[in-house]
Design a protein around this ligand. Structure first.
Ligand code: HEM
Length: 406
C-alpha cells in the first residue's frame, strides 16, 4: 500500500462539517495568535532574566525585570490557551499526520505537558521571589523555566515536522524491521526552522517594548527617562533581532527539499525581505512613526510565516497523495453557524469588551471610570453570554433527547 493511501485511510470516516479550506484558514489565523504569544512569553522571560542579572547597573534594569516577569507570566497562559485553536484545526484536516507524529514520539508528547507544568511553576517561583533586593540564586528558577519552555517549543517543532515526512514513518516505527512502540525519540528536527521561529522572540519583545512606551506615554507616573530607556532598548532588540533572524531563515530556505518548487516560491523570499525591511525601519533610537505600527508590522510578518508553513506542508504532502481539499465533507450547518456566531459574539463582543476595558483602564492613572460606550458594550457582552449559554444548552439537550428517544 502506498503512503498516500495509508494517509487517506487514516482520515476520520465521519468527514469534516464544512469545506476543508475553512479549517485551513482558521488554522493559519489561530496559529498567528499562538506564536505571537510564544514570542512574547519567551522574549519577556529572556529579557526579564537578563535584566535581573543587570540590576546593579541601575534602577531601570530592576524595574524592567519586575515588569517583564509579569508579562511573561500572563503571556505563557495566553500562549497555552491560544495553542488550542490551531491544535483543533490541525486535528480536523491533518489528523493522519498529527496523530501519527504524536504516537511516534508518544513519550515526548506526554512529557510536553509535564515539562510545561514544571516550567510554569518555576516561573511563578521566580515571579514570587523577584522583588527589590531579591537574592541572586532565585534566577535559577527562571533559567529552568526558560530552558523548559524552549524544550517545549522543540517538541512542538518535532511533532509538526515529523508530520510532514510520512515516507519515513515506517523507519521510525519499525527500525530495521523491528517494531519499537516506545515513542522515545524525537525523530526529525529541522534546526534552522526551529531556531528561526523561536528566535523571532528577540525582535518580538523589542516591538512589544516600543508599543509599551507608546501605551504608557499618557501616564504621568511613567517618567520620560524610563520610557526613553525602554524605547531605546526595544528598538535595538528589534533592529538586531530582525537582522540576525535573516541567517536562520536563509538556512531554512537552503534546507527545503530540492525540486519541490519551494525555493522559487516568492513567499519565502518575501519573508526574508520583510526581515531586512523591519531591521532597517528600526534604525536609530527615536520613534519615527506611530508606536503601534512596528508591532502591526511584526504581526503581518507572522501572518506571512503562518501561510508559509502551510504552503510548505502542502508541497510536502501533495506529491505523496494527500490533499486536504479532498477530505470528505458532511455539511453540518447548525454546528457551523453556532461556531461562527460564537466566534463573533463571544470572541468579538465579549473579548472586544475585555480588551477595550483593559486597554483604557491601563492608560488611566488612579481609578478608571468607564464611559457610556464601554458600559453599553459591557451590558451587550453580558447579554450575549446569556444568550450563548442558553442556546448552547438548548441545542445540546435537544440533540441528546432526539438521540435517546428517536
Ligand atoms: C512553551 C510552550 C510552547 C512553545 C515554546 C511553543 C512553540 C511552538 C512553535 C515554535 C511552533 C512551530 C513549530 C514549527 O512549525 O516548526 C508551534 C506550533 C504549534 N503549537 Fe506550540 N508551543 C508551546 C505550547 C503549545 C501548547 C500548550 C499548545 C496547545 C495547546 C500548542 C499548540 C501548537 C500547535 C497546534 C502548533 C502547530 C502544529 C502544526 O501546524 O501542525 N503549543 N508551537
Amino acid at each position: 500500500m502506498d503512503i498516500g493511501t495509508v494517509m487517506n485511510t487514516l482520515r476520520d470516516p465521519a468527514g469534516v462539517p464544512a469545506q476543508p479550506v475553512v479549517f485551513q484558514i482558521l488554522m493559519v489565523l489561530t496559529w498567528v495568535l499562538h506564536i505571537a504569544f510564544v514570542h512574547l512569553a519567551l522574549g519577556a522571560a529572556g529579557l526579564a532574566i537578563f535584566a535581573f542579572h543587570r540590576r546593579r547597573h541601575g534602577p531601570h534594569w530592576e524595574r524592567l525585570s519586575l515588569a517583564l516577569t509579569k508579562v511573561a507570566k500572563v503571556a505563557v497562559s495566553l500562549l497555552i490557551v491560544l495553542g488550542v485553536g490551531p491544535l483543533l484545526f490541525t486535528q480536523v484536516i491533518y489528523d493522519p499526520q498529527w496523530y501519527t507524529s504524536n504516537v511516534l514520539s508518544g513519550r515526548w508528547a506526554i512529557a510536553f505537558i509535564f515539562t510545561l507544568i514544571v516550567a510554569y511553576c518555576c516561573w511563578f517561583a521566580f515571579y514570587h521571589a523577584n522583588r527589590a533586593g531579591a537574592r541572586r540564586y532565585i534566577g535559577v528558577y527562571a533559567w529552568i523555566a526558560l530552558a523548559l519552555f524552549c524544550l517545549d517549543g522543540l517538541i512542538m517543532h518535532a511533532l509538526s515536522y515529523q508530520a510532514l515526512l510520512p515516507q519515513r514513518w515506517m523507519d521510525w516505527y519499525a527500525p530495521g524491521g523491528v517494531v519499537d512502540t516506545r515513542g522515545a525519540a524525537l525523530h526529525a528536527i529541522q534546526w534552522p526552522r526551529y531556531v528561526f521561529i523561536m528566535g523571532l522572540s528577540v525582535p518580538g519583545i523589542g516591538l512589544f517594548l516600543i508599543a509599551y512606551t507608546h501605551y504608557f506615554a499618557v501616564r504621568a507616573d511613567y517618567e520620560a527617562k524610563w520610557l526613553d530607556f525602554v524605547r531605546t532598548l526595544g528598538r535595538r532588540l528589534a533592529r538586531w533581532g530582525f537582522a540576525l533572524s535573516i541567517v536562520p531563515m536563509l538556512a531554512w530556505q537552503a534546507a527545503l527539499p530540492a525540486g519541490s518548487g519551494l525555493l522559487t516560491d516568492p513567499l519565502g523570499w518575501l519573508i526574508v525581505a520583510t526581515l531586512a525591511a523591519m531591521a532597517l525601519w528600526m534604525r536609530g533610537d527615536k520613534d519615527t512613526t506611530h508606536g503601534y505600527l512596528p508591532l502591526a508590522g511584526g504581526v503581518a510578518l507572522l501572518g506571512a510565516l503562518a501561510i508559509w508553513r502551510e504552503v510548505i506542508r502542502v508541497h510536502y504532502l501533495r506529491p505523496l497523495g494527500y490533499d486536504v481539499q479532498t477530505y470528505k465533507v458532511h455539511v453540518d450547518w447548525p454546528s457551523t453557524v453556532l461556531f461562527f456566531a460564537t466566534l463573533a459574539g463571544i470572541g468579538g463582543l465579549v473579548g472586544g469588551f475585555y480588551l477595550l476595558l483593559l486597554y483604557r483602564s491601563g492608560r488611566t492613572q488612579g481609578i478608571y471610570t468607564a464611559d457610556r460606550s464601554v458600559s453599553r458594550m459591557g451590558t451587550g457582552a453580558v447579554a450575549v453570554l446569556g444568550v450563548w449559554i442558553a442556546v448552547f444548552l438548548a441545542y445540546g439537550i435537544a440533540i441528546s433527547v432526539r438521540d435517546t428517544f428517536y
